[in-house]
Design a protein around this ligand. Sequence first.
Ligand code: SF4
Length: 346
Amino acid sequence: MNKNLPLKSTAKIFNFEHPLILKIITLHDFISTGEYGNKYCLKLDGNPNHLGDILNLDWGAIIISEDLYYEEVSYPVIYGLNIPEIVSSGDVISVSSHGISVYYRKNSNSNVLFVTERCNHNCIMCSQPPREIIDEWRVDVCHTIIEFIDKNEKVLGISGGEPTLLGEKLIDLIKHCKNTLPSTQLHILTNGTAFHKIDYLERILQIEHPNIMWGIPIYGDTPQLHDFHTQVKGSFNKTVHGIYNLASKGQSIELRIVLTHSILDNIRNIMEFILWNMPFVDTVALMGVESTGYAKSNYELVWAEIEPYINEVRHSIKLMQCSPINVLLYNIPLCKLPIELHDIAV
Ligand code: SF4
């Protein structure tokens, strides 16, 4: 799959009445599976005029690749997409008056349900700066997407913002995933503070979802360093407490360390802190800063090239590789890494 495909495209839409969430099906897949109905958007390669009765079925919409004026049907007709390959069979899209957005790609291994823009932290390098808005409509959209996701999907991310701010609604979402996608691992990105009290965690664990990986950022080996990054006093204690509560319940944990300037200055201490105090975690992911959002506006404070620190990084990784903890590197160009670290660069 072309990883550079955008997630949005403008389009012209004939018969548009209101926003829709639909699953894409190609003519080939319609013929081989017989699946159709108003939850589907039939994607055609060319002129629809030769299709006859197929177009009289109850489709949610059709996509035609040619810039044709086509008014023979009562449902929306989408045409003039910037990039026709933006969607394939099995993908899930939303249709608005000015185009489409892709919510799920069947052939991608990094699909995420984006559940809220709100967060109780305000991290100096957040790539998706939180907004204090009412966006609970996102959860309803996510429930619809879950129904459309391929049953063989291996991993599905849940991210925000901070998903646990949804409270009960996150519990409902996890339940829905368990019932509808029982073999799909959930990878839930959270700052972990909600789990410093055991009650909420216990409510989630009552669902008995068989496969959740909790992705939790840790920004230091001291409260000062971590809280400096989150801009919330006391967040280190709550996050660490949350991590211990998760571990006490046998949960799988991936710690995420974003390689800011001050974290690189302390990388060896942080890695040793994890080795000594959290040897139960499954994975430690070292993440290059994504130069967008707050990381862009706080560039001077946040950014550092990895090269001057590479010996410290390499040493810390080698140390951790002597333990059962898996180490990964994300978002760092291979040309910035010594060859021996290439095999852990994602
Ligand atoms: S990085 Fe995560 S925890 Fe920090 S503000 Fe952004 S969404 Fe919240």
